[in-house]
Write a protein that binds this ligand. Structure first.
Ligand SMILES: C[S@@+](CC[C@H](N)C(=O)[O-])C[C@H]1O[C@@H](n2cnc3c(N)ncnc32)[C@H](O)[C@@H]1O
Length: 296
């Protein structure tokens, strides 16, 4: 298995492990079944999971905890977009996310397009089949390497309708892409979708914006993922990411650190079961202009 499948796998394991927590940011009854056997065992044997999260995967912990924050942030924005009439959801770098299974409540009026590397999608299909889980009829797999193919070119080969508003998420992905590839992806989306379409992403905070006491965690995380062949190659301030998206044609709905998001969620749900790293942020953007529905 390649290293990319492994990061997607760790994310699924983090979601599965989180199901044991009393306060949950994401409900994901499928995550465990989508993990490979070693991680499935690790998550199921609670003392082993505890040791892994505290010690073996210590350097990866900030990013694993960010998984839960970014998923809640994105899905709350998506729910609002659906209430507002959006009917297409594009998950860029979907990995082993079980959205289309666990949010069957939203799937009746939603087409979901998962873009990921062909090898990753092959692993996912095999895991779904092994778990006896059918691919939901409105879930579309779009295999593409976004470092080679623009987002909208990849989607052109699918049932995606560029004439209808869409919601895009890029979660757990931007830090592995160069700023040039992120800019190209943002431009490709902006040029290919109608006004009112939305993007939610998470990104690494640059050195000046990261919480000073968490800089050590950041360095350890960067060293850990670089050693596994997935170096983190981009970071932005909140304003820097807003400027990149504005250049492509998106207005900022919100740009917020994960520390501030954790305070928001703790206010809604009670104290969170983990410490949130001050090295990541989330952004929510909307393509400028009047949406086709508003134009009538
Ligand atoms: C850490 S996982 C994130 C999974 C999911 N979005 C989440 O937050 O739970 C990153 C995903 O991005 C995919 N990815 C990385 N580079 C990519 C590229 N150049 N083109 C398409 N997908 C890519 C990986 O295969 C992996 O599934």
């Amino acid at each position: 298995m390649n290293t990319r499948a492994t990061t997607a796998e760790l994310v699924a394991a983090a979601r599965a492990h989180h199901q044991h927590d009393r306060v949950r940011l994401v409900e994901d009854p499928y995550a465990l079944r989508l993990c490979g056997r070693p991680l499935r065992l690790l998550v199921t044997i609670r003392p082993a999971a505890w040791i892994a999260s505290r010690w073996l995967l210590r350097d990866l912990q900030p990013s694993i905890l960010g998984v839960l924050i970014r998923a809640r942030y994105s899905e709350q924005a998506l729910e609002a977009a659906i209430r507002d009439g959006i009917t297409q959801y594009v998950i860029i770098g979907a990995g082993l996310d079980s959205f289309a299974l666990r949010r069957s409540d939203l799937m009746e009026h939603l087409d979901v397009f998962e873009i990921d590397l062909p090898a990753m999608q092959a692993v996912k299909r095999e895991r779904l089949a092994r778990a006896g889980l059918a691919v939901p009829p409105r879930l579309h797999f779009v295999a593409a390497d976004l470092a080679q193919v623009p987002v909208m070119e990849a989607l052109a080969a699918s049932a995606f309708d560029p004439g209808r508003r869409a919601f895009f998420s890029l979660l757990g992905l931007t830090y592995y892409l160069t700023p040039e590839v992120i800019e190209a992806a943002a431009r490709s989306i902006a040029e290919g979708v109608v006004a009112g379409s939305e993007v939610v992403l998470d990104h690494m905070l640059d050195d000046a914006s990261a919480w000073p006491e968490h800089r050590g965690k950041r360095m350890a995380l960067e060293a850990y993922v670089a050693k596994r062949g997935e170096p983190m190659v981009s970071e932005f301030s909140l304003a820097g990411m807003s400027a990149l998206m504005a250049e492509a044609g998106f207005d900022t709905v919100e740009s917020i650190t994960m520390m501030d998001l954790s305070a928001r969620y703790a206010g809604q749900l009670g104290p969170l079961p983990f410490e949130v790293p001050g090295i990541f942020a989330c952004g929510h953007f909307r393509k400028s202009g009047m949406s086709p529905e508003a134009e009538g």
